[in-house]
Write a protein of this length. Structure first.
Lengths: 425, 506
């Protein structure tokens, strides 16, 4: 079917408003991505893949305004963690506020102008692979037009986690960041991300996890009520490698987080988890696509959402088991706690399986707080609000349990408690 | 259950019961209903046009309003596009290369009673195990305490050849007749309800059906009546290159009850044949309808040559408070199955249930499931779907559970299990869950697995061969759904499960 002209026009308009670098090692990949975007057009409301999320505010040529948010005296995230801090203000690297990236082995996309670079093998490569069977135009847009990002190649075990901090200081900022991370065989890295980044944020993270390598990712998306974000993680996993990603989203008017993970080496493990808390005008979408292309791999998707006063939660998760990917163990759970009557949970948890010796399951539930559990706690003398808060925390525990590092998990739990206290739970 | 032929009696081994042996024997046979009745057939000219629509309407002796209704649908259909979202791959259908109307010549004048029906037609149904004589019972239920009566409407290609027990049903006030007869005899009921559940514009295949449906069954159960016997329609496609487009309408008035069974078969042919049916069910206050289907259209050969393309729209509208519908389906046949029996739970406290076994073997493709639309308060729905894939088949469960903002305190429970036999087939699950209020609870579970090695080993160690063992395990896997079927159907379905999987092992 021909792509609707309006979608093509929207892609052309968006590209015209951006300046694409013409030289350097990434120019070819950017040129290719722009051409792909022009052919596929921008996503539209009627696309099956955008069934539950209206992409309009993510695709317009100009970013909708987002008022700044004052977090008050709330302590900064991951403060207790010894880490390499890299700060981006509305998508622009801030060297004064950051640790020295070079000393930490991190290169910045905007500063590498050579014609040849290792990241050529990664930049836009996994993103391109992730365009089938479903087109992801906003990721192609990112590859074409990213202005900044980190390029990290890890050989042994990284000394400290790399922490990317995204600040939002302009009401009309429109940031496009693209990170490439390559973990060589046996390497290990923890990547932390936090902050709202911009009024509108488009981010792509491409991760190549080599044989036996381990990648941990913990992120907290900023609490600015009016910010919008579309993020993509494209990961490819080698033999016996491990990939673990956790995302906390508390507020934000529009968030679409996609994770496209390919298990290409035998015995690889991929866990993707998310906890989302939303109040009022909040739309949160987790879209996950996990491909099992090797034997004896394990994947887990754990997504929990807590919604208040009219918030909308979306989950689209898919496990694809390719022919020959025998002994696959695939698990997926998506659950939603609806605290008010006008909240919505929209889910499409899919399995597509072409191998017979597999164990795959998914579950999805939604409903209000369990009255019986609430009654039990109250009958034991726990005040109503505290009882509700306890039950919400218990509900989210499985997702947070996916974070291996206890200090990081504790930090996330503290954020959750803070959110619940502020939102009358 | 297949009866043992006297000439190939076999010795019973110790510990193996007769039923198991019968199952295995049944498995040795291929598609049982692939024969053809040689009968002179009158066709409408090949292809589809307004003239064909007019011709079908005229053949059925329909009033003007019915023709207008068909023509509106036909004109709309011309503007529509064939849906392509299902996980089904088939070459483009040439809608002009089909016959839209085929009728045995002997049916030129409508027989007044079953005695006047062409013996060849009666023999066809007898061979299929569907007796069109009122004193006979359905095969396989001997030994029941009291003989159970089942009224049958037999549809052969485009026309209904006869309906049994009409007089006895009429005594209870139940109307059970062919659709064409209902249009003539009960126009007020047909006008009121036809298209009220599946509107003319519903979807490509349903709209096509609205334009060209030739016959089908009509059921009306009056207020407070429990239908005195089970009703059944048996569809047989016989003519070559002919599409079958039947339309069924069931109306259950307040406080009534009916159980309805549907069966279908077709001869083996090298070319694909189109079947696009519509079933509409209207259920008023406190009424209950059970609709059971054993779909056994010719599935095509091992290489995917021939077989029926089955595009069916079935929907029940629980309009009244506390009304209830239960869909049970055993889908073993057809080269392509595209079918989503749905429940609109409009009345407060209404209930919808969907039990399904879908088996796809060889080159078959099935994309089937249900929709549960919760509109009323405290509505309940339950979905149990068992998909089995073998050979190179693809089997997809596709379903929707929707809780509207006003459907407060509602419940849904969904369980979709898939079983894979062999490494060349596929099993897929595509559920849509849309919850728009917080007092409702929705639970969805799905699993995919292979036939358990331990269970197989256990069966093998008891002397069963591999195919027997697989059939037994699969029947166990399907048990929850088989139990939801009326008894005579359950028995047929159980042996069908085994037959459908024939050749899938090794």
């Amino acid at each position: 079917m021909a792509v609707a002209q309006a979608k093509l026009d929207a892609a052309a308009a968006r590209l015209a408003a951006l300046s694409l670098p013409q030289t350097g090692w990434s120019a070819a990949a950017r040129h290719d991505a722009a051409a792909r975007l022009q052919a596929m057009g921008m996503p539209g409301k009627r696309d099956e893949y955008w069934r539950y999320t209206d992409p309009t505010s993510l695709t317009t040529a100009d970013a909708p305004h987002a008022r700044l948010f004052d977090a008050g005296d709330e302590p900064a995230m991951f403060d207790a963690v010894d880490r390499v801090k890299l700060v981006f203000v509305d998508g622009v690297f801030d060297p004064a506020a950051s640790d020295d990236p070079v000393a930490a082995g991190v290169e910045l996309l905007s500063r590498v102008s050579a014609d040849i670079h290792w990241a050529q093998g990664l930049y836009g490569v996994l993103e391109t692979r992730g365009q089938t069977p479903v087109a992801r135009p906003l990721a192609a847009l990112n590859t074409a037009a990213a202005t900044e990002g980190v390029l990290i190649r890890v050989t042994g075990k990284a000394a400290k986690p790399v922490s990317l901090i995204y600040l939002h200081t302009s009401e009309s900022s429109d940031a496009i960041l693209h990170h490439c991370i390559k973990l060589e065989s046996g390497a290990e890295l923890t990547l932390l991300e936090n902050g709202p980044a911009a009024a509108r944020f488009n981010k792509v993270l491409e991760v190549e996890v080599g044989d036996g390598a381990r990648f941990h990712h913990v992120r907290a998306q900023g609490r600015d009520h009016e910010r919008r974000a579309v993020t993509h993680i494209f990961a490819r996993l080698g033999r016996e490698s491990l990939f673990k990603s956790f995302t906390l989203t508390a507020n934000g008017v529009m968030t679409r987080n996609e994770a496209i993970i390919e298990l290409t080496g035998d015995d690889a493990v991929a866990h993707v988890a998310g906890a989302a808390l939303g109040d009022g005008d909040f739309h949160h979408d987790d879209t996950v696509f996990i491909t099992h292309a090797a034997e004896r791999c394990e994947s887990r998707q754990v997504f929990k959402k807590v919604l208040k006063s009219g918030a909308v939660g979306v989950f689209q998760g898919k496990i694809l088991v390719k022919p020959g990917a025998q002994k696959t163990d695939g698990y997926q759970i998506s659950q939603c706690l609806l605290l008010d009557d006008d909240c919505q949970f929209l889910a499409k948890p899919e399995l597509e399986i072409y191998a017979d010796d597999v164990k795959c399951s998914h579950g999805s539930t939604s409903g209000a707080i369990d009255e019986t559990a609430l009654y039990y706690l109250r009958s034991r003398g726990v005040p109503l609000r505290q009882a509700q808060s306890l039950l919400v925390q218990a509900f989210l525990a499985e997702a947070i349990g996916e974070i291996e590092d206890e200090a990081l998990a504790e930090d996330i739990r503290a954020r959750l408690e803070g959110w619940l206290a502020r939102h009358g739970q | 259950m297949a009866a043992l032929d006297s000439e190939d009696q076999i010795e019973l081994r110790e510990g193996v019961d007769r039923e198991t042996i019968e199952t295995v024997q049944a498995m040795a046979g291929k598609y049982k209903h692939g024969w053809e009745t040689e009968i002179e057939t009158e066709y409408a000219p090949k292809g589809l046009s307004e003239d064909i629509v007019r011709l079908i309407s005229e053949k059925n002796g329909e009033p003007e309003w019915m023709l207008d209704w068909r023509l509106t649908a036909y004109r709309r259909w011309l503007q529509m596009e064939e849906p392509r979202w299902a996980m089904l791959h088939y070459p483009e259908i040439d809608y002009q290369d089909q016959y839209y109307y085929a009728k045995p010549k002997s049916m030129a004048t409508k027989p007044k009673s079953l005695d006047e029906v062409d013996p060849k037609l009666l023999a066809t149904y007898a061979k299929l195990g569907i007796p069109l004589k009122e004193q006979m019972l359905l095969a396989g239920v001997e030994g029941a305490d009291e003989p159970r009566k089942v009224a049958v409407d037999a549809v052969f290609d485009s026309v209904s050849v006869g309906t049994t027990f009409k007089a006895e049903l009429a005594k209870a006030g139940v109307i059970f007749c062919s659709m064409s007869e209902a249009v003539r005899e009960h126009p007020e009921l047909v006008k009121k309800y036809l298209g009220s559940v599946v509107p003319q514009s519903d979807n490509y295949f349903a709209t096509l059906n609205c334009a060209v449906f030739s016959d089908g069954s009509f059921v009306y159960i009056p207020e407070g009546t429990r239908c005195p016997m089970e009703l059944s329609t048996y569809f047989r496609i016989n003519a070559e290159n002919t599409g079958q487009f039947e339309r069924t309408l069931i109306v259950a008035e307040k406080g009534s009850y009916v159980s309805y069974l549907e069966g279908c078969t077709a001869p083996k042919r090298d070319t694909h044949q189109l079947h696009a049916a519509v079933v509409e069910i209207v259920i008023l206050e406190d009424a209950e309808v059970k609709y059971s289907t054993v779909q056994n259209w010719y599935p095509g050969d091992e290489n995917g040559k021939g077989g029926i393309y089955n595009f069916v729209t079935k929907r029940a509208d629980c309009r009244g408070a506390r009304s209830k519908v239960m869909w049970t389906q055993v889908e073993t046949g057809s080269a392509i199955t595209w079918k989503y029996p749905s429940c609109i739970l409009r009345g407060d406290d209404s209930q919808g249930e969907f039990y399904s076994i879908a088996i796809a073997n060889n080159a078959q493709q099935a994309d089937t499931g249900t929709k549960m639309i919760h509109l009323g308060k405290r509505t309940k729905s339950r979905i149990v779907s068992k998909g089995i894939s073998a050979g190179r088949a693809q089997n997809t469960y596709r379903g929707l559970v929707s809780m509207h903002p006003k459907a407060t305190d509602s419940r849904n429970y969904t369980q979709c299990d898939s079983l894979l036999i062999g490494d060349k087939c596929g099993a897929h699950t595509v559920p849509y869950i849309e919850v728009k209020n917080n007092s409702s609870r929705v639970e969805h579970e799905a699993t995919t697995s292979k036939v358990d090695d331990d269970q197989l080993f256990y069966c093998r160690s008891r002397g069963m061969d591999e195919e027997e063992a697989v059939a037994l395990v699969v029947n166990g896997f399907c048990k929850e759904v088989l139990q939801a079927l009326p008894m005579e159907f359950a028995m047929e379905a159980q042996s069908l499960v085994a037959i459908s999987l024939e050749g899938s092992v090794g």
